[in-house]
Design a protein around this ligand. Sequence first.
Ligand code: DOR
Ligand code: ZN
Ligand code: ZN
Length: 428
Amino acid sequence: MSKILIRGAQVLGGAAQDVLIDGETIAEVGPDIAAGDATVIEAGGRVLLPGLVDLHTHLREPGREDSETVLTGTKAAAVGGFTAVHAMANTFPVADTAGVVEQVYRLGKESGYCDVQPVGAVTVGLEGKQLAELGAMHDSAAGVKVFSDDGKCVDDAVIMRRALEYVKAFDGVVAQHAQEPRLTEGAQMNEGVVSAELGLGGWPAVAEESIIARDVLLAAHVGSRVHICHLSTAGSVEIVRWAKSKGWDVTAEVTPHHLLLTDELVRTYDPVYKVNPPLRTEADVLALREALADGTIDCVATDHAPHPHEDKDCEWGAAAMGMVGLETALSVVQETMIETGLLDWAGVADRMSFRPAVIGRLGGHGRPIAPGEPANLTLVDPAYRGAVDPAGFASRSRNTPYEGRELPGRVTHTFLRGRATVLDGKLA
Ligand code: DOR
Ligand code: ZN
Ligand code: ZN
């Protein structure tokens, strides 16, 4: 088996150490490990993190392979430092049966760039009417633990209650896309000063917050786990904080774009900024950062949402919602959380690897960098500065809000069970 010695990296941002990988496993961590016959990677000044885990990725296969495939999406994930992603269920056909989740799982295995854990739909066809075969998806080869109708809200309280009751039996979790449908009819952007000035339909914070409030109460009533996708408002943070103070099993994620961008950008009418939930205000952004720092928000999840240019390069009203995010996520987190002093690298490891793996009950990922553990690792050069160039993306789609923007940091290496998927910043 091949051996790799990562020399002098700051493990979780701490003291410089050597890390020896032997085959699929971390063999040794410490100062001055003898290289022997290992391939040496000089990693002075770089930060070594556990392989990143995304709870929320849209891979689009099956059905929208013009936007992304499992192969291109997992390549993008590897470039971004991820070793595992959860693939959302809003594909065509919807991942609402054991057959479809097994297909996605198998495609992930074949890709080899990143582990793919399929998410199962909560309801048949994401239509919110009838529970999907949650048990069969869990019992399948894909071993589904996370269920979500993401893209749509499970708005029927009885269906949501039944889903929470059902997944409790196998320690599963329902990941809610919190969007009250009636309150967001015709909504085009955050409801506030900017929407009033632009005359675009407003998407009120209460449409998100009312569903979150209901669902944390339902989860407490049932005694089950609920996870809230892409928190975007200060009020949502307050509700999650309250639910956690009660001891309820509630977790939440925030996207990189909601940590950085505001609805002021909608003034450009550039649909690259059109996303669900919408970009909110500066006050919301600051509340989300604080909540990620203090642990109220458990993790960062990309909501990587690739769309082909014909669905984005059009007028605002007609454009699809979503942004690609896998390849820029860590840099945005470095800018918004590390460089503001809100988190250190150990905190980033917690929010982007340890905690998402726990929420998804994902074995083999989000593990300490220690002997005997699987060698799922990400090496970052935090001193790097460069403008984002979507032409170089591994993703099939280019709908990034950061084109031409300088972001800090770069993933130089990603290892999936000891095998480099990214070497010197390039796909291996
Ligand atoms: O912006 C979004 N895009 N939000 C979602 O909830 C769905 C996603 C998509 O599938 O494009
Ligand atoms: Zn969503
Ligand atoms: Zn999504």
